[in-house]
Design a protein around this ligand. Structure first.
Ligand code: GDP
Ligand code: IMO
Ligand code: MG
Length: 423
C-alpha cells in the first residue's frame, strides 16, 4: 500500500477466487475501497466472527466502519437488488449512508434488461453463455450504444426517461417474440430502490478519487469476475461484458495509469468455472467431484455447480502479463489437503500442436500436466508460513518459479483469520 496510489485486487482466472475475503482483510490498510466493474453478477463472500455475508454490488470494504466505499462509473447497478443488499447490511448494524458513494456515471440495470438477458440466452440455443441472468450484457450493450440510463438520471425527469427506455425494451422483446413475462412486482421494488438510492451520496466519484489521491489517501480497487471473463481478453463470447483487467481499473474509476500501485492477482490452488465456455483443465471424473465437494464449489449468486479442475499455468501466465500482476495471492489451498498428488496444467495440446500461450480459440484443447506430491496435511489451523508442510511449500515454490511472480499471501480457510502472509 502506498499513499496517493490505487492498488488493485483482481481475480485472474474465471472469478470466485476469493476476492471478497481478501479485500475485507486488506481494508484496514486503505482509506477507500472501490468497485470498478460488473454489478450484481458478482457474489463476494466474507466470513468473520461467525458471520457470513455475500456482497454483489457493494464493495467488500464496507465492514470497516471508518472507510469510504465507492461504486465506480464502470459498474452497472440494479436499484432493487442494491436496496435489498444494503438493507441486509443495515439490519446487521452497519451504517452505510454516509460512506457508500455511488458514481452518477454508473449505468442502471432495468427490470427489462433482465428479461432481455433471458430472451437473448433463450435465442442462443446450445451456445448459451450461461449468464447470471442479472441483465449485465444488455445493460453494457446499451452503454456502448449510448441509449442507457445512468445513476445521475434518477435526479431529474426520471419517470419520463425510464418509460421511454422501458418501451424500447418492450418493443425489442416483442420483435423477439419473447412476451411471456411479468415484471409488475419487480418493477415496483425497482422504483422503490431508485428512491432508496437517493438517500446515498450520488456523486462524481472520479473527482472525489482525484482529490483523495492528491491528498495522499490510499485506494484499493476491488475486481469483479476474472481475467478470463474480460470482454476483450477472456474466452469470448463466453465472457461477461465489462473490463475486468487492470486497464478496467482506470476506465472504471476514472484514475490514470500512473496512479496504479500494486496489482494483486488472486487465484485458487486449483481452477473453477461457472457457466458455459471452454475450460481445458475441467475434470469430469471423481477428482473433479471431490474438489467441488470439499471446496463447496457452488455459485454464490446462482447456486450452480462450478466446474472444477487443476490449476492452469497457461491461463495464469496470460493473466499475469495482461494485468501486470506484481504479487499473487493463492486461495483455498486447504481444499487440496487430502489429495495424494496435485497436477498443474503447463500447456494445451490440440491435433499434435502444443502451446504454452493462450490460444485465440480455446475450444477443443486438452491440458498437458506436471504432477507433484500432495501434502496430506490439514492446513486450516496453520497461522504462519514456517508451519507449512514440505510438499505444500514445494507446490508454492513450483508455482512461483513457473509464474515468475511471488505468492505473498496464502489462504487456508474461508474465515478472515485463515490468511497467511509470506511477505
Ligand atoms: P469472489 O467472488 O472472488 O469474492 O469469491 P466467492 O465468494 O464467490 O467464492 C469464494 C468461496 O471460497 C467463498 O465461499 C469463500 O467463503 C470461500 N473461501 C475463500 N477463501 C477460502 C479458503 O482459503 N479456503 C476455503 N476452504 N474456502 C475459502
Ligand atoms: P465474481 O465477482 C464467476 C460468469 C457467468 C457466465 C458469464 C457471463 O463473484 O467472481 P454475466 O451474468 O456476467 O453476463 O455472465 O460470466 N460470471 C461469473 N463467474 N464469478 C463471477 O463474479 C461471475 N460473474 C459472471 O457465470 O458464465
Ligand atoms: Mg463470486
Amino acid at each position: 500500500m502506498a499513499k496517493g496510489k490505487v492498488d488493485a485486487l483482481l481475480g485472474i482466472v474465471f472469478g470466485d477466487e476469493g476476492k471478497g475475503k481478501v479485500v475485507d482483510c486488506f481494508t484496514p490498510k486503505y482509506d477507500i475501497v472501490a468497485r470498478f466493474a460488473g454489478g450484481p453478477n458478482a457474489g463476494h463472500t466474507i466470513i468473520f466472527e461467525g458471520k457470513k455475508f455475500v456482497l454483489r454490488s457493494i464493495p467488500s470494504g464496507i465492514f470497516d466502519e471508518g472507510k469510504i466505499n465507492i461504486i465506480g462509473n464502470g459498474c452497472v447497478i440494479a436499484p432493487d437488488l442494491f436496496m435489498a443488499e444494503a438493507k441486509e447490511l443495515e439490519a446487521a448494524g452497519y451504517n452505510l449512508k454516509s460512506r457508500l458513494h455511488i458514481s452518477k456515471r454508473a449505468h442502471l440495470i432495468l427490470p427489462t434488461h433482465r428479461v432481455l438477458d433471458r430472451a437473448y440466452e433463450a435465442a442462443k440455443g446450445k451456445n448459451k453463455v450461461g449468464t447470471t441472468g442479472k441483465g449485465i450484457g444488455p445493460t453494457y450493450s446499451e452503454k456502448a450504444a449510448r441509449t442507457s440510463l445512468r445513476v445521475g438520471d434518477i435526479l431529474e425527469n426520471f419517470a419520463e426517461k425510464y418509460a421511454a427506455l422501458k418501451n424500447r425494451h418492450e418493443q425489442i422483446l416483442k420483435d423477439l417474440h419473447y412476451t411471456d413475462y411479468d415484471i409488475t412486482e419487480e418493477e415496483r421494488l425497482w422504483l422503490e430502490g431508485v428512491e432508496y438510492m437517493k438517500s446515498f451520496p450520488l456523486s462524481d466519484t472520479e473527482i472525489e478519487l482525484h482529490k483523495a489521491l492528491k491528498a495522499g489517501k490510499s485506494v484499493l480497487a476491488e475486481g469483479a469476475q476474472g481475467t478470463m471473463l474480460d470482454i476483450d481478453h477472456g474466452t469470448y463470447p463466453f465472457v461477461s461484458s465489462s473490463s475486468t483487467c487492470s486497464g478496467g481499473v482506470c476506465t472504471g474509476l476514472g484514475v490514470a495509469p500512473n496512479a496504479i500501485g500494486e496489482i494483486f492477482g488472486i487465484f485458487k490452488a486449483y481452477s473453477t468455472r461457472v457457466g458455459s465456455g471452454p475450460f481445458p483443465v475441467e475434470l469430469f471424473d471423481e477428482t473433479g467431484d471431490k474438489i467441488r465437494e470439499i471446496g463447496n464449489e457452488y455459485g454464490a449468486v446462482t447456486g450452480r455447480n462450478r466446474r472444477c479442475g487443476w490449476v492452469d499455468l497457461v491461463a495464469l501466465k496470460y493473466a499475469i502479463a495482461l494485468n501486470g500482476v506484481t504479487q499473487l495471492i493463492m486461495m483455498k489451498s486447504d481444499v487440496l489437503d487430502t489429495f495424494d498428488t496435485i497436477k498443474a496444467c503447463v500447456a494445451y495440446r490440440k491435433n499434435g500442436v502444443v502451446t504454452e500461450d493462450m490460444p485465440y480459440d480455446t475450444e477443443g484443447w486438452e491440458a498437458v500436466y506436471d504432477e507433484l506430491p500432495g501434502w496430506k496435511t490439514d492446513l486450516t489451523g496453520l497461522t504462519s508460513s514456517d508451519q507449512f508442510p514440505k510438499a505444500f511449500q514445494n507446490y508454492i515454490d513450483y508455482l512461483e518459479k513457473a509464474l515468475e511472480t511471488p505468492i505473498t499471501i496464502v489462504s487456508v480457510g474461508p474465515d478472515r483469520a485463515q490468511t497467511i502472509s509470506r511477505a
